[in-house]
Design a protein around this ligand. Structure first.
Ligand code: ADP
Ligand code: AMP
Ligand code: ZN
Length: 213
């Protein structure tokens, strides 16, 4: 299964991604997670990416494309993968098409999850992430059993630097300007699955899983 998860910031892509990759046993490739891991390690890539991420802007296409292409070349992607947060521009989508064409493979589906702006802001502001395993919680919608502590491994939960009202608002605008054109791009190819992201987490997942199966 070769999948792309498309949708605005905070809609629930990462949350659905962790369920999808478990069910279909495919690697989860999140460009945001790759950048955050590089920031944590203090790599050159991380330092460059942080400058854009803190402002809510996209990291330049050439950087993102080469990272994803390197990742797709790994053995574990041979039978499938889930791209989460990539592509985010038409140039990235074209670069992905080119890369997949060269490999003689095709995407099976582009899962497009959507919700209104007020929901996106509320979800992003309340998002909390485990420092150890990256599991995602929400202070009210999906809280951990003990406040500030991961259910899975007891790790501390943190809030992303870019999950402030101001930066989330910029990220939503960047999405509308640069990423939204991909909805038509993939709809025209007959790949798009429209999913109502306002529903509860489990319901969104069953809509996606039923359509993929
Ligand atoms: P994205 O990867 O699209 O930015 P996340 O998966 O990190 O979004 O979700 C953003 C926040 O919204 C998280 O705190 C998550 O727990 C919460 N969330 C995700 N999906 C839902 C949902 N269907 N209903 C309510 N809250 C959700
Ligand atoms: P995310 O974790 O998907 O919310 O992404 C966090 C931030 O990482 C974004 O606001 C961008 O700055 C950067 N980023 C992630 N994926 C991409 C991408 N495909 N293209 C450009 N920038 C990206
Ligand atoms: Zn954890």
């Amino acid at each position: 299964m070769r999948l792309v998860l498309l949708g605005p910031p905070g809609v629930g892509k990462g949350t659905q991604a962790s369920n999808i990759v478990k069910k279909y046993n495919i690697p989860h490739i999140s460009t945001g997670d790759i950048f955050r891991a590089n920031i944590k390690e203090g790599t050159k890539l991380g330092i460059t990416a942080k400058g854009y991420m803190d402002k809510g802007l996209l990291v330049p296409d050439d950087l993102v494309v080469s990272i994803v292409n390197d990742r797709l070349a790994k053995d574990d992607c041979a039978d499938g993968f889930l791209l989460d947060g990539y592509p985010r521009t038409v140039d990235q989508a074209e670069a992905l098409d080119k890369e997949l064409n060269e490999k003689g493979i095709k995407l099976d589906k582009v899962v497009y999850i959507d919700a209104d702006k007020d929901i996106l802001i509320e979800r992003a502001i309340g998002r909390r992430i485990c420092k150890q395993c990256g599991a995602t919680y929400h202070v009210t919608n999906n809280p951990p059993k003990v406040e500030g502590v991961c259910d899975l491994d007891g790790g501390d939960l943190y809030q992303r630097d870019d999950d402030t009202v101001e930066t989330v608002t910029t990220r939503i605008q960047v999405y509308l300007d640069q990423t939204q054109p991909l909805i038509d791009y993939y709809r025209k190819k007959g790949l798009l699955l429209d999913v109502d992201g306002t529903k509860p987490i489990e319901e969104v997942f069953s809509i996606i899983a039923n359509s993929i199966d």
